[in-house]
Design a protein around this ligand. Structure first.
Ligand code: HEM
Length: 177
């Protein structure tokens, strides 16, 4: 493999990544739940659930692709697909925050699968928060060439991230389609 993109030892690296995770999660919670200043939802907000689900679906697809590639030992392609999955999940977070900071009330689930819906939602939320530090640490271990550590944490990150992306699409499907 070519030389690592980032140095092996970043001073206070784990604290910096923990702080970034903490700030990102707090920001999402704050912007989603602080009292709204708007009294009407803008018309263009209607497209956001579809955007949110699309970024989740793209992340899920890229994760599967990256996994297949690493099984075939294609490290370069694995790396690029993972960077794309990370960007797609970052876009999801931005769009999610804009949506929830303007949405006046949560959309209630009106279908016949109440307990399945809430089971998915209750597991999706904490695992989505856990994905933030897990993905950051996995990415940095990979990019800095600490491959043994990368593999160890990636085995936890991968299924959780996958679950969060797929349930993100399912939630959208159950609420809006
Ligand atoms: C958050 C992003 C990433 C995730 C979730 C991820 C996930 C994985 C997974 C699931 C494995 C297989 C682990 C195993 O069972 O052995 C793996 C291996 C690996 N990944 Fe990543 N990866 C990510 C980013 C990267 C990046 C950016 C690089 C940079 C080069 C990279 C390089 C590697 C390498 C070299 C291996 C080991 C290949 C081998 O077995 O020889 N990964 N990764």
């Amino acid at each position: 493999m070519k030389s690592s993109l980032i140095p092996k030892n970043i001073p206070y690296g784990r604290y910096v990544l923990s702080l970034i995770s903490f700030i990102s999660i707090s920001l999402v919670l704050f912007l989603s739940y602080y009292p709204k200043t708007n009294t009407v939802e803008p018309e263009w907000l209607k497209v956001f659930p579809t955007l949110i689900a699309t970024f989740n679906a793209i992340s899920a697809g890229l994760l599967i692709g990256a996994y297949i590639q690493i099984r075939k030992k294609n490290i370069g392609v694995h790396k690029r697909l993972m960077l794309m999955a990370f960007s797609s999940s970052a876009m999801f977070m931005i769009v999610y925050v804009i949506y929830h900071s303007l949405k006046l009330a949560p959309t209630p689930y009106a279908g016949d699968w109440q307990w399945i819906y809430y089971l998915i939602l209750i597991t999706h939320i904490p695992l989505a928060a856990a994905t933030v530090p897990l993905a950051l640490f996995t990415l940095v271990k990979g990019l800095s060439g600490k491959i043994e550590k990368h593999r160890k944490i990636a085995r936890i990150t991968f299924p959780i991230w996958m679950y969060v992306s797929i349930t993100g699409v399912l939630i959208y499907y159950m609420l809006y389609l």
